[in-house]
Design a protein around this ligand. Sequence first.
Ligand SMILES: [Zn+2]
Ligand SMILES: [Zn+2]
Length: 274
Amino acid sequence: MESIIKYIGSIDANYIIIILIALFYSLEHLLGSPFKFDRRLNHFVHNVLFQLPFFFANLAFAVVQVGIVKWSSANGIGLFHLIEIPLWLKVIVGVMCLDLSSYWFHRLAHRSPLFWRLHRVHHSDTRMDTSTFFRGHPLEVLVFGTASTVGCIIFGIDLPILGVYLIVQLPFLVAQHANVQLPAWTDKVFGKVFITPNIHKVHHDQNQYYTDSNFADIFVFWDKIFGTYKYSPVEARHYGLKEFDSAKKQTFWYLMISPFITIERNIEEKPPGA
Ligand SMILES: [Zn+2]
Ligand SMILES: [Zn+2]
C-alpha cells in the first residue's frame, strides 16, 4: 500500500494534465455544448499562455512547500500524529481534509479584497471551456499553495498523501471547466458526493450570488455543510465577471497586471426565484 501511495504521489502532474486536457477538449468536440463560441483554438492558446508563468511560480512555491511539509512530518505536527489509523483510511481522510482546507482558502479568496484581485483572473473567462482550467494568475499559487500547506500542518499530512491529493484533484479541476453538457442524472448521482462540472460552473456565473458559492474542488458536502451550496439551470448561465466583460480586459497582459489595478466589483442583486 505504501509503495502504491508513493508511486501515485511521484507521478509527474504535467503528463496527467496533458492527457486530461486532450481528453476533455476532444469530448467538447464530440458531445457538443449549449455554449458554442467562435475562435475556440484562439481562446485555448490564449488560456494556455497563463500556464507559463504559473509553472515557474508553482515550482518556486513547491520548493518551500516540500521543505515545510517535510519539517512538520518529521516533528510529528498535526492531528494524524495523535491517532493510529490504517494507511488506506489516512489517504482518504487526508484527501478530504486537504479539500476542506482548499474550500476555506477559496472562500477567503472571494471574501478578501486582496486575494480577490488574484483570484478574479480565473473568474474573468467569459467563454468557459477545458482551457479555463489554465486561466489563473501566477501569484494565486500563494493562496492555494498555502491552503494545502496549512492543511498538511493542521492535519499532520505527509508528502506522499499530499502528492496523492494533488493527482486526485486534477481530473475534477479539468472536467469542471469542460464545455460539455452532461446528462442531468450525473448531477443527481455524482453530485451527492462530488463537485460535478455543472455544480462548479454555477461558481463561474456572472451574478455574484452564484459566484460566491460551490467553493470545494472535490467533495460537494463541504459546501452543503457550510451553507454555500447553490444550483442554477444551465440555460440561464452567463459566465465571467461583468467588470471584465470587454475585449481589452480579456487579454493576457491586462489580466497579468489586473491584480494591481483597482476594479470595482459588480455586485448584482440576488436573481428572482433563486
Ligand atoms: Zn472562485
Ligand atoms: Zn473554476
